[in-house]
Design a protein around this ligand. Structure first.
Ligand code: PGA
Length: 252
C-alpha cells in the first residue's frame, strides 16, 4: 500500500520564534485523533531543520528539506549537500518545485543531479511536476508533465525510482487560491500513474505516492484526497497555520 502523505512546504517564511511556535502548535494538534495512516512531513527552511528534528524526537512527524545542492560536498559556498541532510536524519527533500525552476533556473539536468545526490545518501526526493497556465490553455499539460518526468526521473533504475514521491503542482494553482478541481487533479494523477506503470510496471505505479499541491486548504482537501490517485498533499500557505495544516492531514 502506498503511503498517504501530507507535507508542509514552509518556503522562505517564519522567524525562528514563529517556527518554534508553529512546530509546538502542530505537535499539540497531532495529539488528538490524528490518523495513524497519514505521514505528516514538515519542510522548514534549512536554518530551522535542527529545531524541527528536536521536536520530532517527541512528535511523530517527518522532516524534509526544501532544496539540496546538485554537488557532492566541497567548495560550494552557501550550498547544502545531500550528505548533510542525511546526517541530520531527514527523510525527504523537495526537488523540482516550480519556484526553483523559475527563479533559480533549475533545468532537468540539475534536477536529475539533485535526485541522484539524495538517493545516494538515502533521502527521499519529493519530486514536483506541473504545467503553467498557458500550457493548460493550449492543451499541452499532459505533454509537459510527461516530459518533466521523462527528462529528470525516468533515467532512474527501478530500485532507485522506488524511493521517489511525486507531487503534481499546477503552477497556476500555487499560491493563487485557484485550486485544481478534484477532476482535474485526478485526471493528471491517473496520467502520471500510467506513465510510471509504463516505465516501471504496474506494481511500482501502485506503490508510488502522488501528492497534489497548489492552493490546497482545509476546505478543499477532503474532496481532493477522495480521488483514487491523489495520495496526499504538498501544502504551502495553509501549512503555516497549525490548525489548517492539521485539519488538511485529517481530511482523508
Ligand atoms: P500553496 O503552495 O499551497 O501556497 O499553493 C503549494 C506549494 O508550492 O508547494
Amino acid at each position: 500500500m502506498r503511503s498517504k502523505i501530507v507535507a508542509g512546504n514552509w518556503k522562505m517564511n517564519q522567524t525562528f520564534q514563529n517556527a518554534d511556535e508553529l512546530l509546538y502548535q502542530i505537535g499539540e494538534g497531532m495529539e488528538k485523533d490524528f490518523p495513524q495512516d497519514v505521514e505528516l512531513v514538515i519542510c522548514p527552511p534549512f536554518v530551522y531543520l535542527e529545531l524541527a528534528t528536536d521536536f520530532a524526537q517527541e512528535i511523530e512527524f517527518k522532516i524534509g528539506a526544501q532544496n539540496v545542492s546538485q554537488y557532492d560536498g566541497g567548495a560550494y559556498t552557501g550550498e547544502i549537500s545531500a550528505e548533510m541532510l542525511s546526517s541530520m536524519d531527514l527523510d525527504y527533500c523537495i526537488v523540482g518545485h516550480s519556484e526553483r525552476r523559475k527563479y533559480f533556473g533549475e533545468s532537468a539536468e540539475v534536477l536529475t543531479q539533485k535526485v541522484n545526490q539524495l538517493l545516494e545518501y538515502g533521502v527521499q526526493p519529493i519530486f514536483c511536476v506541473g504545467e503553467q497556465l498557458e500550457d493548460r490553455e493550449a492543451g499541452k499539460h499532459f505533454e509537459i508533465i510527461k516530459s518533466q518526468l521523462q527528462e529528470a526521473l525516468f533515467g532512474l533504475s527501478q530500485s532507485e525510482f522506488a524511493n521517489i514521491v511525486l507531487a503534481y503542482e499546477p503552477v497556476w494553482a500555487i499560491g493563487t487560491g485557484k485550486t485544481a478541481s478534484p477532476e482535474q487533479a485526478q485526471e493528471i494523477h491517473a496520467f502520471i500513474r500510467s506513465l510510471v506503470a509504463a516505465k516501471y510496471g504496474e506494481d511500482q505505479a501502485q506503490e508510488t505516492s502522488i501528492l497534489y499541491g497548489g492552493s490546497c486548504n482545509a476546505k478543499n482537501a477532503k474532496e481532493l484526497f477522495a480521488q483514487t490517485d491523489v495520495d496526499g498533499g504538498l501544502i504551502g500557505g495553509a501549512a503555516l497555520k497549525a490548525d489548517d495544516f492539521i485539519s488538511i492531514a485529517k481530511s482523508f
